[in-house]
Design a protein around this ligand. Structure first.
Ligand SMILES: [Zn+2]
Length: 379
């Protein structure tokens, strides 16, 4: 049976310029690699950023329980000017693999495919291994949901998932993500009654009401945080009043805000809470309000379970690091995994999205070893 070397595979993956949802043949390439070590591969389409659909991959080996999954994405961000070494060449220099996606996250994908190939060659095991590769994590984020939908239809259940996003900070494994905060945007429009500013009593000033609403929202504690997440926080990001005159009280005032919330809230309950605060103040000020929300992601969290402690132990054994379990960072495709127990553990993130992205080769080796040990201990 074939095995794959993580460095060689990472180089090959970097050479596909998969910016936005461009495929450039990468999913066929990965399907071929995985098919030849026994995986059944299925390409699942989702809406792309251009005319062509995005191609995502679901690969599965085995049908019995337990079912462990690795999740990754092949798309990369642009920011491609002024590189010292061309971003899509996969050049190795002085112990580093250079290129866009080396950390985020073609490097991580190469590590888990290498680990899987070596594990199934070495060991007999009972259970199944699957791999999900999305083509659009950095943009539309429709790939992973479409794969999850496909799995639901087939009633396939994943028991544990390892998301290979670059979660590590100063060295591989120093941080493991076990959840993420949720994020929601809101727009408040306050409607008053315009009038001449000299005639107190003839107008209702929406600016006054909006200022009081903002003050009340900022002075209300949403919660005290959880063991792994800080207190939820609401920040105003824009305030706007259209008014060309100095002596006219305006009709409308609007403000935008963003809330980062922990796992004590669902966006639906949070909306209710905020609506109540906003409407109570507005009513006192005799103003009407309209509130619009856009939820970018719910908060999620896997309570540290035996798999998470097992991974922590493995990281300690291989790197010496006592991993911090936390919920830092921006969003990732992990948010689409619903109630599947999971963690995020990958390469360092010190050069992701930057010019001259690179990963140390020894990190690739370490991470592959960690993934191999996860498989060995899981089954
Ligand atoms: Zn990523």
């Amino acid at each position: 049976m074939k095995t794959y070397n993580e460095l060689k595979l990472a180089k090959e993956l970097i050479r596909f310029p998969t910016v936005k949802t461009e495929d450039k043949g990468i999913m066929k390439f990965l399907s071929r690699k995985l098919s030849s070590i026994g995986f059944k591969c299925k390409i699942i389409k989702s809406k792309g950023t251009g005319r062509k659909p995005a191609l995502n991959l679901y690969a599965k080996l085995g049908n019995s329980k337990p079912h462990i999954n690795f999740l990754g994405h092949t798309d990369v961000v642009a920011n491609l000017n002024n590189w010292k070494i061309p971003p899509f060449k996969g050049v190795v220099r002085k112990g580093y693999l250079n290129g866009r996606g080396s950390q985020d996250m073609k490097g991580g994908i190469a590590c888990f495919i290498s680990a899987v190939s070596n594990f199934i060659k070495d060991k007999k095991f009972k259970g199944s291994i699957s791999i999900i590769i999305a083509a659009d994590e950095e943009t539309t984020g429709l790939g992973t949901p479409s794969v999850i939908k496909y799995l639901k239809k087939r009633r396939e259940k994943i028991d544990f998932s390892v998301v290979a996003e670059p979660s590590s900070n100063k060295s591989v494994g120093d941080e493991i993500r076990i959840g993420r905060r949720g994020s929601m945007n809101g727009i408040i429009s306050v409607h008053g009654k315009s009038g001449h500013s000299a005639f107190y009593g003839s107008y209702i000033n929406p600016c006054t009401a909006l200022a009081k609403i903002i003050s009340k929202l900022k002075n209300t504690s949403l919660d005290n945080g959880t063991k792994f997440m800080p207190p939820s926080n609401l920040e105003f990001t824009k305030m706007n009043v259209e008014n060309l005159s100095e002596n006219v009280v305006p009709q409308f005032a609007t403000a935008k805000f963003n809330v980062r919330f922990n796992s004590k809230h669902k966006s639906s309950s949070l909306k209710k809470k905020l609506n109540k605060i906003i409407n109570t103040v507005a009513r006192k000020e005799k103003c009407k309000t309209r509130i619009e929300y856009r939820v970018s992601g719910e908060a999620f969290y896997t309570k540290p379970n035996k798999e998470i402690y097992m991974v922590k132990k493995i990281v300690k054994k291989i790197t010496g690091n006592s991993s911090k379990l936390n919920c830092r960072g921006g969003t990732s495709d992990s948010r689409f995994l619903g109630s599947i127990p999971r963690l995020e553990l990958g390469l360092r993130n010190n050069t992701i999205h930057m010019v001259d992205e690179r990963t140390s080769i020894s990190d690739l080796k370490k991470l592959t070893k960690i993934y191999y040990n996860i498989l060995e201990n899981y089954f």
